[in-house]
Design a protein around this ligand. Structure first.
Ligand code: MG
Length: 309
């Protein structure tokens, strides 16, 4: 690959942890069914490319998410890998028991900042969903697990429009109080702009939430993913969720494109001299390989620019 140089920018972290969400958040929201063997190879190739935090699957009931019905087989086949964590999305106590039996070390729970999305996605109010998560998070922490709390619709919601920071702060504070070790702030429909990202981080830190416990999860629907990420990095966030090749979408917002692409973020961070540990060539190869299996080109600008086809 051609080298175009590196120039740091003041006020940014030296290293960023990428939480790769392609195998779960990404594939769950793709219409194509992917064979178990392809999922296992995908996860292994992501680790080979240097990703150390790879959301592997979800142990949600197959009736709700048929794309991930093979969760147990995927987890058995990837096995533990030194230096790599594979968080698994767990919806309830039954899911947690399955995760514990399978030797999972890190889980994630999926909450909403808005009542409309909680109702649509979890068929519960925000308060009821937090009640459901409380014993899951408590038990997981007792078992020594790391627990990510996903918080969806942090800036905008397809039914409610603009989401005020105070509303997000209320749910975020509860999730941390329950014992979540990290909160991933999701712009699930990709509508946020940089000033709003800054304002929410201001509100969360003013409420006493530690910046080190906050991750960001942007979608590129309106082309704001990188600008929003850079804003969060300048604020002190050092964990960013992305999906290889920009996989994914949002079933409740048809126009929503995928997550910010991992390759697009790595290109930006490489140019800024920020360490990620990711080998961009290997990652682009992986996304190109997967795009062939999904029978559609990758949405990532960097994958398209660097792949040979
Ligand atoms: Mg997402």
């Amino acid at each position: 690959m051609t080298e175009y140089g590196t120039q740091p920018l003041p006020g940014l972290p030296r290293a960023v942890t990428i939480c790769e969400v392609g195998p779960r958040d990404g594939l769950q929201n793709e219409s194509a069914q992917v064979e178990t063997g392809v999922k296992v190879e995908f996860i292994d190739r992501l680790a080979d490319a240097g990703l150390t935090l790879i959301e592997a699957t979800s142990v949600v009931h197959p009736k709700w998410v048929p794309q991930l019905a093979d969760a147990e087989e995927v987890l058995r086949r990837i096995g533990p890998r030194p230096g790599v964590r594979h968080p698994v999305l767990v919806p309830n106590q039954r899911g947690l028991r399955r995760a514990l039996d399978l030797g999972v070390t890190d889980i994630a729970v999926f909450a909403s900042a808005t009542e409309s999305f909680a109702k649509a996605n979890l068929n519960r109010t925000v308060a009821e969903s937090l009640e459901m998560f409380a014993p899951v998070v408590g038990r997981a922490r007792e078992a020594g697990m790391g627990v990510r709390g996903y918080l969806s619709m942090c800036w905008g919601d397809p039914w409610e429009g603009y989401v005020a920071p105070a509303q997000v702060v209320a749910v975020a504070t509860r999730l941390i109080a329950l014992g979540c070790t990290e909160l991933s702030l999701g712009d699930t429909i990709g509508v946020a702009t940089a000033g709003q990202v800054h304002a929410l981080l201001d509100a969360l830190t003013a409420a006493g939430l530690p910046i080190g416990a906050l991750a960001v999860h942007f979608h590129d629907t309106y082309g704001q993913g990188l600008a929003n990420t850079l804003t969060a990095l300048r604020y002190g966030v050092t964990t960013v969720d992305t999906s290889a090749g920009g996989l994914g979408g949002c079933p409740f917002a048809k126009s929503a494109t995928g997550n910010l692409a991992t390759e697009d973020l790595v290109w930006q961070l490489n140019g800024l001299g920020i360490h990620t540990g990711v080998d961009l060539d290997k990652l682009v190869d992986t996304s190109t390989w997967l795009a062939d299996r999904l029978r559609r080109p990758s949405r990532s600008a960097v994958v398209r620019a660097l792949s040979n086809n």
